[in-house]
Every structure is written in C-alpha cells, then in structure tokens.
Design a protein around this ligand. Structure first.
Ligand code: ZN
Length: 222
C-alpha cells in the first residue's frame, strides 16, 4: 500500500506533465477499440506488455478471465458483471474486438487442476464453475506440441471455452454476424513476458512476434 502512495507522488512529480493533454482529452470521451477480458492476477499487465496508453483498452478482470454463459435472467448472479461489461462495450463504446487473455501459472486453473475442494471459499468455488471444462471437448481445436504443464494447458483450453461462452450472448452473436466484432484468444506467459495468440488454422497459440503480428494484421484488413 505504501508503494502505491509513493507511486502517486512519483507520477505527480515526474510523469503527469507528459500526460496532462491526454487525460484532459480523455475526460470528455473514451474510444477504446478492444474489450480486454483478463484474469485479476497481479502479474498480468496488459498496459505494460502491449504498451497501451490511457483510453486504449476497456478492461474486465475477474478470477480466471471467465465469461459465464449467457443467462436471460438479469438477476442471475455471476453473469451480471460480465453481461453489463459486454453491453456497455458493444452498445455504448461499439468496440470491434474482444480479447480473452489467460495466463501461465493461473491460480484459478491450478485450483481446478488439483480438484481443490475450496470449502472455505464457496463463492470462488461457485464462480469457477464457469471454467468447468472437459479438455477433450477442445482436442480437435487445440494441440499441444510444446511442453506445457497441465495447469497451463488448462488455461489455454479455458480461453477457448470462454470464447465459446461469449458466443452464447445474443448481442455478441449479432455483432459477429454483422461483421462488426472479432473475438481473439491471447495467452500471457509470465516467466518470459511473452504474449501468444490463438490461431485456429494451426490449432495452437502462436507467439506474437513480427510474423504473427503481421498475420493477425492481415486478417484484420480482409
Ligand atoms: Zn489467473
């Protein structure tokens, strides 16, 4: 906590001047082109690994970067926060991209892999139901050629599951059909600070290097 206070003072003294115009402009409106759905994990830092600036990303974070399947009942607990973020991002901000970003060594995936009972954490246990996935379900879509731990394999499978869940929302379906929305799966490897993107044709997450970045950019242009 004291580090945060020190950081605010450092920002005010050394950085704020460079951002004054940016924040004055952003106070009037925001026009991010991405809804970024990530895990709450403190080590997942999109502003750093994607060099984003204020106003670039509309962010939804929760444990395990989960998107509970669509529920028409607006009182349904759990899906409210995600559904509200989707409504705002798609109807108000009209973002054309949603990125579901998982990561290595995810605590939520570790809990699922170890079949931890989580008796003392009933809400967390209930929340993780949205990540209850049978890995076999995605064996045709994702092949693991590199050596990935079971937890990391599950975190990549979980990204594909959450993208499937996104498609259960009528609003998301409609935007995709209209050609106004593209869904992406990213995976952040904490140890190397590398970011990977899911490529359906290769059935794997590809390191976003210059070649992969160019491949993604080409697809965006078509
Ligand atoms: Zn996590």
């Amino acid at each position: 906590m004291k580090k945060l206070l020190k950081g605010i003072l450092e920002f005010r003294q050394n950085v704020l001047e460079d951002y004054k115009e940016t924040f004055a402009r952003l106070a009037l409106t925001q026009t991010p082109d991405v809804l970024f759905i990530a895990c709450s994990d403190s080590r997942v830092v999109p502003n750093l690994f994607a060099s984003t600036n204020p106003g670039d990303l509309f962010v939804l974070r929760n444990i395990g970067n989960l998107v509970p399947p669509y529920a028409s009942d607006t009182q349904e607990q759990g899906s409210q926060s995600v559904a509200a973020a989707l409504e705002f991002a798609l109807l108000k901000l009209k973002v054309p991209h949603i990125i579901v970003c998982g990561h290595s060594a995810c605590g939520a995936m570790t809990a699922l892999c170890s079949q931890e009972k989580l008796d003392a954490l009933p809400h967390l246990r209930a929340w993780l139901n949205a990540a209850n996935v049978t890995p076999e379900k995605f064996k045709d879509k994702l092949e693991f050629k590199s050596v990935l731990s079971p937890v990391d394999q599950l975190s990549q499978i979980n990204i594909l599951l959450q993208i499937e869940h996104l498609k259960t929302y009528p609003l998301v379906q409609q935007r995709i059909q209209e050609g106004k929305l593209v869904l992406h799966g990213w995976w952040f490897d904490i140890a190397k600070a590398d970011v990977y993107a899911f490529e359906e044709e290769f059935k794997k997450f590809m390191l976003i290097d210059e070649e992969e970045a160019a491949r993604i950019a080409r697809k965006l242009d078509t």
